[in-house]
Design a protein around this ligand. Structure first.
Ligand SMILES: [Zn+2]
Length: 230
């Protein structure tokens, strides 16, 4: 049995372990793969893999002597990058949904979501009771008593569970008790998180938060839809 990469005779131990390539080649592949992955990460800083970068990746793979099989461990990462890139470049997925859509409306994203809202709660801070001194029988005088007061406390609380949709016309949330539908032209800004989206709409003082499993995907789809709208 010889190493499938360098044709060197495999050692007794390597044969015993059922290796197809020698230890030396195995180390080389591991190092090359790490280099390839770093190169990929650099390219993905902008979350997008343009055709030019794909071409450079292929060249780098060849230069490193990596086969497609060698790339298997980072295939999920590569595939996700390709999927997000296609969306950024305007290739939006179309999702069939059980919704009554408007004319010309197409849904691009649908996922389970939790709606969260900013609330201001007033928290009561109790005052000091002071010290009671008995002056005469049945008469008490209170020294140093202060009234209690309340302070505003801002918090983001879950409000409802449901499904969050992004169509070419609006963002929609259909929950167990609430339904929200806001056209994209009313969207002033949005913030993307790994696990959600924060949307800020015109005429609304407070943002809405949607907790999602894949906030990155939702953000990329929303971004791409907005580019088209403009
Ligand atoms: Zn070898």
């Amino acid at each position: 049995m010889r190493c499938q990469r360098c044709s060197r005779m495999l050692s007794f131990w390597e044969r015993l372990l059922g290796r197809k390539i020698c230890g030396e080649c195995q180390r080389r592949v591991k190092d090359a793969l790490a280099k390839y992955e770093r190169y990929l990460e650099q390219m993905l800083e902008d979350h997008c893999l343009i055709p030019e970068e794909e071409h450079r990746l292929t060249q780098f793979q060849r230069q490193l002597g990596l086969t497609d099989e060698d790339l298997a461990p980072i295939k999920p990462k590569l595939e996700r990058a390709r999927m997000l890139s296609a969306i950024i470049m305007g290739n939006l997925p179309v999702v069939e949904v059980p919704l009554i859509l408007k004319q010309g409306e197409v849904c691009h994203f649908a996922a389970p979501a939790t709606l969260l809202e900013e609330r201001t709660r007033r928290e009561y801070v109790s005052g000091s009771r002071g010290v009671s001194i008995r002056i005469a029988k049945g008469v008490y005088y209170r020294i140093g008593a202060t009234k209690g007061y309340s302070v505003p406390v801002r918090e983001i609380v879950p409000v409802d569970n449901g499904t969050f949709y992004i169509t070419n016309q609006r963002c929609l949330f259909v929950g167990n008790s609430k339904t929200l539908s806001v056209p994209h032209r009313k969207l002033v800004s949005y913030e993307a998180y790994q696990d959600g989206l924060q949307l800020h709409y015109e005429g609304r003082r407070r943002s809405q938060y949607f907790k999602l499993d894949d906030g990155e995907l939702a953000a990329v789809i929303l971004w791409s839809v907005m580019q088209r709208e403009i």
